[in-house]
Design a protein around this ligand. Structure first.
Ligand code: PLP
Length: 284
């Protein structure tokens, strides 16, 4: 693989970052994951805008312009021959060669790293045809989940708890209400109505969420943004999640309770189709 680090395109074995980098020492870093279909970027604009916001919320410098970012993404797709897959981008506050809780001086350069993940068959994945089994777990993350930081230890533990329970993923619950999945936004459907938690600092403002809600409205589907409990979701006709890496993923089981007939629901399937179709057309 050819990867990108601080201005250079290098073989992955030659790419280097300081051990003092605050991304490494303190998870003082933000990231984005953009999907690639037909060799093109899905919703690059959305990811670029959210990256800018994450950086700004943490008073971190922008490592390059949006145009340069687009060029780097495109070049990595080309150099690595990606038709379907993902591009991971991380920007950290960098380092001034020591460890300190206080930020390093303003002229410290941020560290920017990008790499591709080749995933043939991503759009047509067997997992999306089967649907996901979900467990619910407490949400014990920090309070600024709207900033896409690399503090992913708890979501990672959540994924492992799901695996240990023979499931695929976990939805997190705070004060009785579902916040989101470990790496996706959460929805259920009841009586034709799509319900999802409203945007706040409690959840990541999913780029896929925004697109899917727009497309659902355009397809005359009814969307309600409100808090909901796991019990409500368990009694739903169907459920699903959205993310850049799995698009629209049907959910077929929550805490051992089967939804509908245990296969992906019609609304989730239709939204997945619409999302893939429209995103492909708009890809850059
Ligand atoms: N929520 C969390 C906690 C995530 O980590 C992610 C994606 O990584 C999402 C939601 C979905 O966001 P997006 O659609 O921008 O990928």
């Amino acid at each position: 693989r050819t990867v990108y680090v601080n201005g250079d395109y290098l073989p992955e074995t030659e790419a280097k970052v300081s051990i003092f980098d605050r991304g490494f020492l303190m998870a003082d870093a933000v990231y984005e994951v953009t999907s690639v279909l037909d060799g093109k970027l899905i919703d690059f604009e959305g990811h670029a805008v959210r990256l800018k916001r994450s950086l700004s919320e943490l008073q971190m410098a922008e490592p390059c312009s949006k145009d340069e970012l687009l060029e780097i993404h495109r070049k990595l797709v080309e150099l690595n021959g990606i038709e379907e897959g993902l591009i991971y981008l991380q920007v950290s506050r960098g380092s001034d060669g020591d460890r300190d809780f206080a930020f390093p001086s303003e002229d410290t350069k941020p560290t920017i790293v990008l790499f591709t993940q080749n995933k043939p068959g991503l759009a047509d994945s067997p997992a999306s045809k089967k649907g996901a089994k979900i467990i619910s777990i407490d949400d014990i993350r920090w309070g600024r989940r709207d900033i896409k930081t690399t503090q992913l230890l708890y979501p990672s533990l959540g994924k492992m708890m799901a695996k240990a329970a023979g499931c695929d993923d976990a939805w997190m619950v705070e004060d009785g209400y579902v916040t989101e999945g470990t790496s996706n936004n959460a929805y259920f459907v009841k009586g034709g109505k799509i319900v999802t938690r409203p945007l706040s600092t409690d959840i990541l403002h999913g780029i896929t969420r925004k697109a899917v809600l727009r497309m659902a409205a355009e397809a005359q589907m009814v969307v309600e943004e409100r808090l909901f409990t796991v019990d409500e979701a368990k009694e739903a006709d169907e459920a699903f999640t959205t993310s850049a890496s799995a698009f629209v993923m049907p959910v077929v089981e929550i805490d051992g309770v089967t939804l509908g007939d245990g296969t992906p629901g019609p609304i989730a399937k239709r939204l997945r189709e619409i999302y893939l179709d429209e995103s492909r057309k708009a890809a850059v």
